[in-house]
Design a protein around this ligand. Structure first.
Ligand code: SDX
Length: 431
């Protein structure tokens, strides 16, 4: 954040206030309003934070107009095609691409933290088998703070590091356990001879009754999905993790809060909602009916997987996922998957529709991910847990950045109060 000595002048009730302007390395300037209330006695008003920078960060940058996503400066399409998830985790956590030695050490640390405390298995038994895996994930991840007391002191950099590796390592195990529990199959332990993505597929799809060979094509597609969901600036769930952590809450509790926020259909739950929408549409001839509903102000229906608060051009992740969808479905011999045909025709129709053009509504990360995940054998209920395990590194990286910031303080927004002013209590007989 460069202090450019530029200022903005606010005139209010005959007085002028100089607001410092900070210029970023990329993106719009920001007005520093931290002293506004003390100086001018007024709040700013921005429900949904459409014009508010909640923090400064060096991790991820999105140019919504260009459809660009950078992680520590590296474009997402390069990372998706040339890197792999644990290397991207290292980049997000530590700021630079690792050397071969650094990467080997990091991968070894993650690999050797993938098991969970054996007693955590008992938590799953308390849930109904038909519980949504996100409910299980929220509960079990929050419960990690009941087991890993030696990494909950956020003032200790070493404990922050241990908690970070534990969460990145154990989320796939817990997500796979939630899936196995929901289908009544036994838990599968992680294996140290498999890489991160292959290990997750093995924990989800292997059974004790027979050998399960991980298809390297699916493992590569899985790893790419993890990479594409890793981090995304100050989205709702990341902001939730930052706000929860600002009170000093331990990282397991804060990440559980992030998982809860991600669950919503307007956010990470959109991948499940999108696939369910494509199934409801069912065939390309019903697309006009749903496009009309999406444009109807009286109808709450929205095209799931479309639109974004920041991207006003295509979501670069959707572009990569669209290519992956073609590859994976062809390799699985389901390239004529009717859902993919509906998705492509829906995208084509919407992008040529004046309403969607005017509102700059493009497919987002959730539009194609569900098609790939379903083709890989996951039920729709596992789509958002997969988003959550992928995004854990982003939440953790942003959490570490915030905790290490000497200016870090508890988040406590104000409000525009429109309720009753003070009035006296009245006894019930007088009401
Ligand atoms: C993710 O923030 C992130 O970075 C999130 C994420 C990440 O990686 O963390 O990218 C992941 O959450 C992606 C988004 C997944 N959600 C969906 O696909 C759900 C469908 N999309 C919409 O709910 C919506 O587009 C949002 C929530 C994504 C964005 O909402 P905004 O920015 O608040 O935009 P808005 O609701 O104010 O919409 C602007 C206009 C409105 O019309 P008007 O009131 O101006 O007339 O566009 C319309 C909306 O009605 N609109 C849509 C639409 N999305 C917006 N109309 C139809 N279908 C849609 N999908």
């Amino acid at each position: 954040m460069t202090d450019t000595q530029k200022t903005a002048t606010l005139s209010l009730d005959g007085k002028s206030y100089e607001l410092p302007i900070f210029s970023p390395t990329a993106g719009p300037d920001v007005l520093d309003i931290r002293k506004l209330y003390a100086q001018a006695g007024v709040f700013t008003y921005d429900p949904g934070f459409t014009s508010t920078a909640s923090c400064d960060s060096t991790i991820t940058f999105i140019d919504g107009g260009k459809g660009e996503l950078l992680h520590r400066g590296y474009p997402i399409d390069q990372l998706a095609s040339q890197s792999h998830y644990l290397e991207v985790c290292y980049l997000l956590l530590y700021g630079e691409l690792p050397s071969a030695t650094q990467l080997e050490d990091f991968e070894n640390r993650v690999t050797r933290h993938t098991m969970v405390h054996e007693q955590m298995h008992n938590f799953f038994r308390g849930f109904r088998r038909d519980a949504h895996p996100m409910a299980t994930l929220v509960g079990v991840v929050g419960a990690m703070s009941a087991f890993y007391h030696d990494s909950t002191d956020i003032s200790d950099p070493w404990q922050r590091e241990v908690a970070s590796v534990r969460l990145i390592a154990k989320l796939p195990t817990i997500a796979a356990m939630a899936y196995k529990y929901s289908i009544g199959q036994p838990f599968v332990y992680p294996r140290n001879d498999l890489d991160y993505a292959a290990n997750f597929l093995h924990m989800c799809f292997s059974v004790p009754a027979e050998e399960y060979q991980v298809d390297p094509i699916l493992s590569r597609a899985m790893d790419r999905i993890f990479t594409l969901h890793a981090d995304h600036e100050q989205n709702a769930s990341t902001s939730t993790v930052r706000l929860a952590s600002s009170s000093g809450a331990n990282p397991f509790a804060a990440i559980a809060a992030g998982i809860a926020c991600l669950w919503g259909p307007a956010h990470g739950g959109a991948n499940q909602a999108c696939l369910e929408m494509l199934k409801e549409i069912g065939s390309v001839d019903r697309i006009p009916e749903f496009i009309a509903r999406a444009k109807d102000k009286e109808d709450p229906f929205r095209l799931m997987g479309f639109g974004h608060r920041v991207y006003k051009n295509t979501d670069p992740r959707a572009t990569v996922l669209k290519q992956s969808a073609d590859e994976v479905l062809e390799l699985l011999g389901v390239e004529d998957n009717p859902l993919l045909q509906v998705a492509k025709e829906l995208e084509r129709t919407a992008l040529n529709d004046p309403y969607f053009k005017e509102k700059k509504l493009f497919p987002n990360v959730d539009f194609y991910s569900g098609i790939i995940l379903e083709a890989m054998g996951f039920p729709t209920s596992m789509f958002t847990p997969i988003f959550a395990l992928s995004r854990t590194v982003g939440w953790i990286s942003q959490w570490k950045e915030m905790i290490a910031d000497p200016q870090n303080k508890i988040g406590r927004p104000r409000q525009l109060y429109l309720g009753e002013t003070a009035r006296d209590y009245s006894d019930i007989e007088n009401r």
